[in-house]
Design a protein around this ligand. Structure first.
Ligand SMILES: Cc1ncc(COP(=O)(O)O)c(C=O)c1O
Length: 379
């Protein structure tokens, strides 16, 4: 039987408005996609981020797949990305026959190391996908200027980046496109869910066709054609209205939810300060240009053995910590479909030594104090 924990790793937060809005969607009986809850979510996200075109999707995975279609990745095209990420970042490229090229991450933010991008560029390179780990921005000015110099597309995997900023600009709005996740483990949720932020105005028309299974249904809805038909590649990327209604309820409280998570994050940071000063562990680094969203709190330990022992110790106290990504270059599919550029030493070390600590809206400061005390006891 699975162990139950007094302090679980995460717990989805409900604002209390979800049921009302879901019931409204059910009563109205318009249950497929692109109804008024979808439009409302999109407008709210546009206002929140400043992006001029947001399309709701059924997942961040879908938004990444749309981005790769929009970037027109062809078989053999190379896309530079970190190995330290979720499978969807690379899978989206592989589905179109593209080749992920994995490079190392920075030891401070655990984001793609912008100083290793240029050496990975070849005549086949078409795009860079940056992943804003833990809702902390990648070094976007440098990445964008490299992309401009080499004529590359930038896609932001901002799965964890809702309501986080780089130089006061919302994550997801800094590349040609950005992808959000509203999966139940994220800050703002709809069970499964996501959004595509289309930042390049030249991509908007095509994005709407790809979103609607490769058809010109939008033109039909606007009365511009009397039948809609197949005009491009596409798929079924829309969520239904019940999911969108759930998301509207969450977006009403986006500021409060983020504020609460950042408060929890800050308390962890305070509690673990002394242990970092004693060089017992490393806490997350937030560069001054970045405003994060408290998506996750992690610590880095001395080595993998110590990390695993600490994880067991915390589990015995009823606390549920978690490791994170298995580097993609080490995975079966990564070895089959991708290649690496340079040494991935930081990626491998972080994968072995990272420990994520419980973080959810109802986590009490006293529980964080208890977790901190148990880490200290272990040390
Ligand atoms: C970096 C990253 N990209 C993409 C995804 C996929 O998100 P979704 O489950 O919404 O498809 C995740 C999920 O955790 C993620 O961490």
């Amino acid at each position: 039987m699975a162990q139950s924990f007094t302090i679980p790793f995460g717990r989805p937060y409900l604002t209390g408005r979800e049921q009302t809005l879901i019931n409204q969607a059910l009563t109205e009986g318009y249950l497929h996609g692109n109804g008024h809850f979808t439009k409302k979510s999109q407008t709210e996200l546009q206002t929140l981020t400043g992006c001029q075109k947001v399309l709701l999707t059924h997942s961040c995975t879908a938004a990444l797949e749309m981005s790769v279609l929009l970037a027109d990745i062809q078989p053999g095209d190379e896309v530079i990305m970190p190995s330290y990420t979720f499978v969807s970042t690379a899978n989206a490229v592989v589905l179109q026959g593209g080749v992920p090229v994995f490079i190392d991450i920075r030891p401070d933010t655990l984001n793609i190391d912008e100083n290793k991008i240029e050496e990975a560029i070849t005549p086949l390179t078409k795009a860079i996908i940056c992943v804003h780990y833990a809702g902390v921005a990648c070094e976007m000015d440098t990445i964008r200027s490299i992309a401009k110099k080499h004529n590359l597309i930038v896609i932001e995997d901002a799965a964890q980046g809702v309501e986080a900023y780089y130089k006061n600009k919302a994550l997801g709005t800094l590349g040609h496109s950005g992808a959000f996740s509203f999966h139940a483990t994220k800050n703002i949720i709809s069970g499964e869910g996501g959004a595509l932020l289309v930042n390049d105005p030249e991509w908007i028309d095509r994005a709407e066709m790809i979103w609607e299974k490769g058809t010109n249904r939008k033109k039909f809805l606007l009365g511009q054609v009397d039948k809609y038909s197949w005009v491009d590649k596409g798929s079924s990327f829309l969520p239904g209205e019940v999911t969108a209604a759930f998301l509207v309820a969450q977006l009403e409280s986006v500021k409060e939810i983020t504020e609460q998570r950042v408060k929890i994050w800050n308390h962890y940071h305070h509690v673990l300060d002394a242990l970092e000063k004693q060089e017992k562990l490393i806490r997350p680094t937030i560069p001054t240009d970045c405003q994060h969203n408290g998506h996750l709190y992690y610590i880095l330990l001395k080595d993998g053995a110590q990390r695993n022992l600490l994880m067991n110790h915390l589990r015995q106290q009823g606390i549920q910590p978690a490791t994170h990504y298995v580097p993609l270059h080490d995975s079966i599919a990564g070895q089959r479909f991708a290649r690496t550029s340079g040494d991935l030493a930081v990626t491998c070390r972080v994968a072995d030594t990272i420990l994520r600590l419980p973080l959810f809206s109802e986590l009490a400061e006293s529980q964080i104090d208890f977790i901190g005390a148990e880490i200290e006891k272990f040390m």
